[in-house]
Ligand binder design. Structure first.
Ligand code: CUA
Length: 359
């Protein structure tokens, strides 16, 4: 009975400790964010499986160790040598085979789950995702809509085709549980089905430079009807001719997803410097350059700073931060607008008009 009594007590303690760890320690410690996608069910099931395994293994080792130290300790007056133990073949076979099966089992489980996550679904909606330092933009080719936020109809399977314009970024919405890198020169894909209407955030999960932590975009999961009306609202074309240069400048300043050039990700309007100087009060400000000279932020200076961003760097800022391709981007857009609206626009003049209005 003696040996069996110890085994029964240890087994009971292992089970008890496993339950305590799972429900009172890991449960409250590693609370996962809201589960908002079909894929989340598979991922969370794996998380739970791993937590159960970790709880059990921790309990198994700790309970046996502490039990042995306490129950089999040397008593006062006990001068006897302990029994000489050579090994236990049965035990060694068990503790080799059982963990091997467990590890292979988890491996198979992971592989099957990954295959399910990557599988194309019928009736997927395509969204093209572009990441650049430091903003996201989303294009819906079937709906012919572009936006700085990701709006998705609930229960609609989505496939993202993702591209980076500069460095590595990583698309991550914690509530959807899936994550994928954006790799320059390559299109990567990510699939999921949002299941819970609500507001979430896309985070960038790959260190990508100065404003990496600010590379965030809104995600809205909405009903099919709300999605349809959002698409309709977005697809109204902008009438450039009806806008003043200043209004157009404000538009160019905005996020790429809105049709702007994303100046907003580095230049604030509240006087607080970001990766670049704030535009508030910039017009005709005296600036100290890194070469020791002083300039006035007039039209010639601003124009040159947009076209040749590394030419005149203001003290406190760095070269090679601002993209150097605005000349081509502006020329292409101006040609597009000339072709579609029949008006000639000078985007830099619009931007300068907007900066002037920000005094
Ligand atoms: Cu993009 Cu970090």
């Amino acid at each position: 009975m003696g040996k069996n009594k110890h085994l029964i007590i240890v087994a009971a303690l292992v089970i008890l400790t496993t339950l305590v760890l799972q429900f009172l320690v890991f449960g409250p410690m590693f609370r996962l964010p809201t589960q908002a996608s079909a894929e989340g069910i598979l991922i969370d099931r794996m998380f739970q499986g791993h937590f159960w395994m970790i709880s059990f293994l921790f309990a198994l080792i700790m309970v046996i160790m502490i039990y042995a130290v306490v129950v089999f300790r040397r008593r006062a007056g006990d001068e006897e040598e302990g029994p000489h133990v050579h090994g236990n073949t049965a035990l060694e076979i068990i503790w080799t085979i059982v963990p091997t099966i467990a590890v292979i089992g988890f491996g198979v489980w992971g592989t099957v789950t990954l295959a399910q996550l990557l599988e194309a679904k019928p009736n997927e909606m395509v969204v093209e995702v572009t990441g650049k330092q430091w903003q996201w933009s989303f294009t819906y080719p079937e709906q012919d809509v572009k936006a700085p936020q990701l709006v998705l109809p609930v229960n609609q399977p989505v496939v993202l085709h993702m591209e980076s314009q500069d460095v590595l970024h990583s698309f991550w919405v914690p509530e959807f549980r899936v994550k994928q890198d954006l790799v320059p020169g390559r299109t990567t894909t990510l699939r999921f089905t949002p299941t819970l209407p609500g507001d979430y955030k896309v985070l960038c999960a790959e260190i990508c430079g100065l404003e990496h932590t600010g590379m965030v975009a809104d995600v809205h999961v909405v009903s099919a009807a709300e999605f349809a009306s959002w698409v309709e609202e977005r697809s109204v074309a902008i009438q450039y001719a009806d806008l003043t240069p200043e209004q157009r400048g404000e538009f160019w300043y905005g996020p790429e997803g809105d049709g702007g050039f994303g100046c907003n990700s580095c230049h604030s309007l509240d006087g607080v410097a970001g990766a670049g100087p704030s535009w508030l009060g910039l017009w005709l400000r005296q600036e100290q350059l890194t070469d020791g000279s002083t300039i006035t932020a007039d039209e010639a200076y601003i124009r040159n700073s947009i076209l040749n961003p590394n030419d005149q760097i203001v003290v406190g800022f760095n070269a090679d931060v601002m993209p150097q391709n605005y000349e081509e981007l502006f020329a292409a857009r101006q040609a597009e607008i000339l072709a579609s609206d029949g008006i000639e626009i000078d985007i830099i003049a619009d931007i300068i008009a907007y900066i002037q209005s920000l005094e």
